[in-house]
Design a protein around this ligand. Structure first.
Ligand code: FO1
Length: 324
């Protein structure tokens, strides 16, 4: 399949970890002219080093290093076990740790998170721009039946089991968008939102002052903002990782008062998005999404074959939606 091309640097992606990595892989050569704005809600201090799972998933995917099976970290990495002062349940591979240590040096040397990320990206020979949405702290806090937990404690240590009463971003009001984030949202030809978890991966970025407003202004000007649906309701999760991800996504959506289905997605995105891509297995939800004012295209979302990825990207960049 031939993909429509865009002129230089005209795609901006607001993305989470796995969703961002999969988009980067699907975009192929178009990734080089894409700005990836990444979620920092999952960022987390492990011993001495700051780990940025969503930013790193995108970087690793762009560098051809991403472990697609695991859904995080570096492919073929080895895990020698935790060091002192590190949680035993959060594994850092050797290559992954080197990456965190390099970022740590840059941060200690006075770079902010965006500059450190740009240096890392350049060192890996990546042409795309990768910008953490903010250089300020904007961690996701999970209020549960067992008290307040950091996102990784809830997701990884406790396997998303504690009942969630509330999700919060205590740092959001004081966070400033990183340089070029708002301009990229305002000026790119195509804006694409790609995540497998709306609350964990996208909502933290929308809470950074100015980001949601920039998306709303873009929509009002008639700009194209395409959401790749984080939900494919016609597919049951396959295997324990997928089941865990789906359970976490649903739990967080419910805690935010969203219904964990395509109706919930429609309500969530319709104030700031113009288009939504759903998987062909969900074609019978087209009317529901159109009713929310969204233009709907059908393209394979979960299938990771070359053909399916090309079809997904064609739906993202095409100026006229493929009719559903
Ligand atoms: N997820 C796990 O389930 N177990 C881990 O030990 C783990 C370590 C880890 C290290 C670096 C990194 O970038 C991500 C890591 N993740 C791990 C994934 C991460 O917790 C989440 O999948 C993301 O935060 C969600 O986007």
């Amino acid at each position: 399949m031939r993909l429509a091309s865009t002129s230089s640097n005209q795609i901006t992606a607001l993305c989470g970890g796995l969703g961002g990595a999969r988009l980067a892989l699907a975009l192929g050569y178009l990734a080089a002219e894409t700005t990836f704005i990444t979620n920092v809600g999952d960022d987390w201090q492990v011993g001495e080093v700051l780990v940025c799972p969503d930013t790193d998933a995108v970087i690793y995917a762009l560098a051809g290093l991403f472990d697609e099976d695991r859904g995080w970290g570096v492919r073929d990495d080895v895990f020698p076990g935790p060091r002192e002062n590190e949680p035993p349940w959060f594994g850092l591979g050797v290559r992954d740790r080197q990456h965190h240590e390099f970022r740590h040096e840059l941060l200690m040397g006075g770079s902010d998170l965006a500059d450190a990320t740009a240096i890392i990206v350049q060192r890996l020979g990546i042409s795309a721009r990768v910008i953490p949405v903010t250089c300020d702290l904007n961690s996701t806090s999970i209020d549960t039946s067992q008290g307040r937990l950091a996102f990784q404690e809830w997701l990884v240590r406790d396997r998303a089991q504690p009942q969630v009463t509330h999700v919060e971003w205590p740092g959001a009001a004081m966070a400033a968008p990183s340089r070029d984030v708002l301009t990229s949202i305002e000026t790119s030809d195509v804006m694409v939102i790609s995540s497998s978890s709306p609350v964990a991966s996208i909502e933290p970025s929308l809470r950074v002052p100015g980001v949601r407003e920039a998306l709303i202004a873009r929509k009002e000007r008639g700009g194209r903002t395409v959401v790749i649906s984080p939900i494919v309701s016609g597919h049951l999760p396959v295997g324990p990782r997928d089941t865990h991800r789906a359970h976490a996504r649903e739990t967080l959506m419910q805690a935010m008062g969203m219904t964990p289905d395509l109706a919930g997605i429609a309500e969530w995105v319709s104030p700031w998005a113009s288009h939504v891509i759903i998987d062909p297995v969900d074609a019978d939800s087209t009317k529901l999404l159109e009713h929310a004012g969204l233009k709907v295209s059908l393209a394979p979302i979960l299938d990771q074959s070359i053909e399916s990825r090309a079809e997904l990207v064609a739906a993202v960049v095409s100026s006229t939606p493929r009719s559903a």
